[in-house]
Design a protein around this ligand. Sequence first.
Ligand code: FAD
Length: 478
Amino acid sequence: MTVTVTKPDGSQESLSDDTLNELNTQLRGQLVTSTDPKAAEEPTETWNAMYQDRAALTARCSGTADVVDAVNFARERGLLVAVRGGGHSVAGLSTVRDGMMIDLSAMRGVQVDPERRLARVQGGALLGDVDRETQAFGLATPLGRVSETGVAGLTLGGGYGHLNGKYGLSCDNVVEAQVVCADGEVRTASAESNPDLYWAIRGGGGNFGVVTSFTFRLHPVGPIVGFAGVFYPLEDLADVERRWRDHVSTAPDEVTSFIVTMTFPAAPEMPEVIHNRPVAIVAGVYSGDAEEGMRVLQPLRELGTPLFDLSQPMPYAAVQAAFDPFFPRNTLRAYWKSQYLDELSDNAIDAIAARAQDRPGPMTLVNTYRLGGAVHAVPPEDTAFAERSSPYMVSFDTMWSDPSQDATAIAWGRAAWDEMTKYGNGSVFLNFTGRTDEPLQAGVDSAFGRNVRRLGRIKAAYDPDNLFQLNNNIIPTG
Ligand code: FAD
């Protein structure tokens, strides 16, 4: 029996049993074909329900050696390759119809060195895996806001979360990574070793190889942190957001805050007052003493008349998991778009508030993020992640569940983003990029700015044939 695997140009490669057996005997993990009954037991659903394509061939890697063999196998045969970390790509970039998947979802180990305040994290770990281990020592590294998101994709694309103001992006806290490059070589990327690769993986995505482990710098955080979570009526958003802007623009770096608008179902675990009631949630986390944090965050609780106020000193681990129930895997269809704003003017706020009132469904979010502090302390050319000055970002996270709504929902997301270009600078956050008919290079030039040329040269050095192309793709340039 043969397995037919797609190549990047659309042609196909037939792989015989003998060829597959050769790889199978090398791997410590499993090799699964789409026709294999084991594929049906697929433990690896992806997040966006729009992208559940099965690969023709999946190498479920158990460690770096498996990744090396899988990369060599794919390169030698010119196969179309997807790399999967946590499977949370909004754009479905870790799925590949009929191609080859290099799946790291079994590689979730986390090892904490509390003395040196470092954590070594495998390339398939989820945010919750890291928070669980690091919080055992009262430590943390900045990660995202939904704990099932993959550390690898999030970090390689920058990584915004609750600790950014004080400790920077996730990628800013990577001190070393182990990378299996397209030639099958395992390289260490750090300030001392392959510094160009180290520069590129801090924001440049999965373009340069498969990251089998990251070493993160850790900081004392929690276990209890000051937390604000205040639910205002959505119709008050324009006023609330003006007051929020005026407060967060002078808040200390310890405060990281954003506003999210959504409509909760009548779920028993949610207070009745917000059942099916559109709300604007003002969230804030203080990285420091919890009591002091509650005092500093108090103004976020007084931006209007709240419907409900969840603010309290809270375990950091609980804050990190607070949004989890609303983002299950393989349930929501999603198309996200974001834009940075150099100024959050009253007109921009009015436009955001109008869009938030006009969302196409209850699960569509219109979010405004305050950025700054440690994120902006890093010069734009020090890492591949170039956006180091815009103080706000707006994201339109269009989410729905009925496939018949695909076209309308996507059109709404695009129209909302287009309108925001009046107020924003046109630059996007690539982690929040949905994709339907956009090319893989969409947004890359604007997101990387002046860094894009250097990225192209580094791509040419480490992946000249663009083996790793299912990502926000950087074209190799000489
Ligand atoms: P995957 O789908 O596994 O992969 C995404 C991309 O990264 C693909 O191109 C893949 O090939 C590549 N990749 C994955 N693992 C590796 C690896 N080990 N080596 C090389 N390349 C790899 N982002 C934020 O910054 N902050 C947030 O708070 C945040 N919240 C989110 C919440 C939800 C519900 C969702 C769906 C997304 C969120 N994101 C957030 C965006 C998220 O960071 C990106 O979607 C990210 O790509 C997910 O990483 P992953 O490993 O789970 O994804």
